[in-house]
Ligand binder design. Structure first.
Ligand SMILES: Cc1ncc(COP(=O)(O)O)c(C=O)c1O
Length: 402
């Protein structure tokens, strides 16, 4: 078939499957906190590709490292040593409580690896027949069969029965419910420290500490899904570092490659040794290009003053949002950590996101009633002022019923 008949601009059927409800915008360029569409219209991007472009769009440090790697080797299999992989694993373990890293390509794959590691740890290291992983209501852990089964939201699971067995969904932030851990005796617990997709809900410190203490006492692996909260998003490299705990497994992706696809789990030695040669793998996982992006991203974050800046600027963002809340009664609450913020609304949030696009502002929803705000970690005060102005214009046009 000739090329021009396969993709017709007037065809009602797109050649891309309809797994996403897309906004009517085609983005073709990005730099820092801004993106441009195919008509040349500039948007302030407070989504960061859903917590992925944490250093802003096309950051110079990552671009330079990728360009250098493009000249030498794009891909080789994991049957050989890959220097960028070694370097990135070193950076991640030096800057976390973990000892070893497994590389993959996405968040869902990172959680798949964590779930597999938990089962092998329970069965091969502890010598039990345990396989259960406790997760939490409203959680989100990915779209593969195992990770959607781990996810505590029915809407993500509908139509995919039978689910992968071995998940129990506990109520989030509920101290009393933790007593049930002794009954289930799971292999692991998997949690987000701020539930992102579920509505930007931070975990309570006291609850997390109690959970960590039970896991330690019962030798249950404590696994944190830092796919959205990691890579500086909440003001520390990983969110767990603000909770006074040391997880056994940390899953990461999104911001790790600044937009280049890469995922990973970082595990403490006791858990990591459950994976031996032949037990898990990925063709692309940790390939030279992906890990070049990771090395440039993580070295920049740990060597620069960026995390201090995130902590300062997020206080400024909070103050500005609080002022908005006083003005607009449909903002019920502001929650989140660092530069992962949610505005709990009693009005249609999808409409807000759509109207914001008309004001050249990109923001997100998180569940039915939360507007999610994810500026890049490099955001400036001036850009936050611009954001507040555009958000106010959006609110005003909604109030006027436009
Ligand atoms: C907390 C969390 N876990 C897992 C995932 C899945 O990541 P990916 O889309 O890269 O598979 C996401 C994605 O939004 C996430 O926010």
């Amino acid at each position: 078939m000739a090329n021009n008949t396969s993709v017709s601009p007037i065809s009602p059927i797109s050649p891309v499957m309809a797994t996403y409800g897309r906004f009517p915008v085609t983005l073709v360029k990005g730099k820092g906190s801004y993106v441009w569409d195919d008509q040349g219209i500039k948007y302030l991007d407070f989504t960061s590709g859903i917590a992925t472009c944490n250093l802003g769009h096309v950051p110079d440090v990552v671009k330079a490292k990728l360009e250098e790697q493009l000249q030498s080797l794009w891909h080789c299999s994991n049957l050989y040593h890959i220097p960028n992989q070694q370097e990135l694993a070193g950076l991640l373990t030096e800057n976390s409580c973990g000892a070893q890293v497994f590389f993959c390509n996405s968040g869902a794959e990172a959680n798949e690896a964590a779930i597999k590691l938990a089962r092998r740890y329970a069965q091969k290291i502890k010598g039990t027949d345990s396989f259960e992983v406790v997760t939490f209501q409203q959680s989100f852990h990915g779209r593969t069969l195992a990770t959607l089964s781990a996810t505590g939201q029915e809407k993500i699971q509908q139509g995919f029965a039978p689910l992968v067995k071995g998940f129990s969904y506990f109520p989030f932030n509920d101290i009393d419910a933790l007593n049930q851990l002794d009954v289930i005796k799971p292999a692991a617990v998997l949690l987000e420290l701020v539930q992102g997709e579920g509505g930007v809900i931070p975990a309570d410190t006291e609850w997390v500490k109690k959970l960590a203490a039970i896991c330690e006492e019962k030798d249950i692996l404590l696994m944190v899904d830092e796919i959205q909260t990691g890579i500086g998003r909440t003001g520390s490299l990983f969110a767990y570092q603000q909770y006074g705990i040391e997880p056994d497994v940390i899953s990461i992706a999104k911001g790790l490659g600044s937009g280049f696809p890469i995922g990973a789990i970082i595990a403490k030695e006791k858990a990591a040794k459950a994976f031996e040669p032949g037990t898990h793998g990925s063709t692309f996982g940790g390939n030279p290009l992906a890990t070049a992006a990771g090395v440039a991203t993580i070295s920049h974050i740990v060597e620069s003053d960026l995390l201090n800046q995130v902590n300062e600027i997020s206080i400024y963002l909070d103050q500005q949002l609080e002022q908005l809340k006083e003005k607009y009664t449909f903002i019920k609450n502001i929650r989140g950590k660092g530069l992962l913020k949610g505005l709990v609304m009693d009005t249609d949030v999808l409409n807000i996101v759509k109207k914001a696009i008309e004001k050249q502002l990109l923001i997100l929803t998180a569940g039915p009633n939360v507007v999610r705000i994810l500026p890049p970690l490099t955001v400036t005060k001036e850009e936050i002022n611009e954001f507040i102005l555009k958000l106010e214009e959006t609110f005003q046009s909604i109030e006027k019923g436009e």
